[in-house]
Design a protein around this ligand. Sequence first.
Ligand code: ATP
Ligand code: MG
Length: 424
Amino acid sequence: MSNNIQSVRGMNDCLPDVSDTWQGFEAIVRDWLRRYGYREIRTPILEHTGLFKRAIGEVTDIVEKEMYTFVDELNGESLTLRPEGTASSVRAVIQHNLLYDGGKRLWYTGPMFRHERPQKGRYRQFHQVGVEALGFVGPDVDAELIVMCADLWRELGIAPTLQLNTLGDHESRQRHRQKLIAYYASHQDVLDEDAKRRLHSNPLRILDSKNPAMQALNDAAPKLMDELEDEALAHFDGVQTLLRANGIAFEINPRLVRGLDYYNRTVFEWVTDQLGAQGTVCAGGRYDGLVEQLGGKPAPAAGFAMGIERLLALVEAGGRTIATPTPDAYIVHAGDAAQAFAWQVAGSLRSIGIAAVLHCGGGSFKSQMKKADASRARYAVIIGDDEAAAQQVTLKPLREAGEQTRVEVARAIQFIQEASTQKA
Ligand code: ATP
Ligand code: MG
C-alpha cells in the first residue's frame, strides 16, 4: 500500500538483528569507558536554539543549514533537536557547577539530528558516543583521548588512521585569519558561493571546503602552523611525544580545521578509506574557550565524538561481527500438564540468569522445533505430558552435534547453566 506512513527520510529503524549488534557494541563501549574512568552524562535531546548558535558558531554548516529548529507553539521558545553532544554537556556542567572540585571525565551516547542529504554513512538521525574531559589543561589528557580511541579500535578489530593538527590559540588564529582573508580576497575569481559568504565571517572554514575546484587554492593558502606561539607548539609537541611513547601512528594534516568553531590547539580525526566519501569515524580536539563562552568560569576542555553507524559499517567492512546475544534455551511443549511444567522450568532457568524463550501459540512438536532452531538457541528443552509427569525434560543441542537425552529437570538446568557460563 503506497499511502502507508513511512519513517522520516534519513531516520532509520533499528530492527532486532541490527540492535543485537548495537547492544554488543554498547557493552564494549561502556566497559571501555569504565576502564578509563569516564562517567556517563545524559542530557535532554531538545535544547534552546541559542545554545547551539553560541557553542557551535553562527557561520557553520550545522547552524546555517543542518539544525532541526522549531518554535514551541505553547510558549514561543525556539528549540532545536541536538545536532551534537558537546554543547549540551558543557551547558549541563555549568548549570550544575560540576567542576567545583576539579576536572571531570564524562561521556554520553544517543541520537543526534542534522538536516543533511541522506546517503551511505550520512543520516538525519544518527548516533554518537562522545567523551568530554573538562578541567584538564593537557597535553596529557589530549593524548589520553587519542590513546583510548586506539584501544577501542583494537577491541573492535578496525584500524582507522589518525590525522592530527593544532589550531593554536586566539592570537595566532587572529593573525592567520587576517592573512587568509587577504589571500582569498586576492583570488575572488576562484571562490565558490560558500567561500565568498564566509570570506569575512569565517575564512578558516573555507579551508574545510569539500569542493574540488577549491583544492588548489586551499593547498597554497597561508598556514596557521607558521603563526603558532611557543606555548601552543610546546603543547602540540607534548601530545606527539605521548602518542609516540604509546605506539600510536599519526599523520599531521595542516588542513584539518574541524567544522565547529569551538576548537583550539589539538584537533584530530580518525579516518578510513573503506567507507567511501563518509570516511571520518571519530573527530575531536581541545576547546578551551567554550566553557567561558557559554557563561561558565573559564575551564580547559577536550573531547571527541564518534559516529556509531560509520563505526559499525567499518567493523562490517572488515568482515568482523560483534558478538550478539542468543537464547540459551527454547522450551517446546505439548499438552496441558506439559504447558504448566514448561512455565515452571522457564521460570527456574530465568531466575538463575539463563535466557529462556518459552514457545507460545501451540502447534505440533515439529513446527515448534523449527521455531527453536530459528531462535538460534543453544538447546531445545522438550516437554511432553510424559516428561511433565516424571519431572523430567528432553534436552536437545541445536548448535552442536549430540544426541537428545531425557534427564531430571534439575540436571538439565545445571547442564544449561554450565554451558552458558562457559560461553560467557
Ligand atoms: P562530516 O565532515 O562527515 O560531515 P562532521 O565534521 O560534521 O562530519 P562531527 O560533528 O565531528 O562530524 O561529528 C563526529 C562524528 O559523527 C563524525 O566523524 C561522523 O562519524 C559522525 N557523523 C556526523 N554527522 C553524521 C551524519 N549526518 N550521519 C552519520 N554520522 C555522522
Ligand atoms: Mg557534517
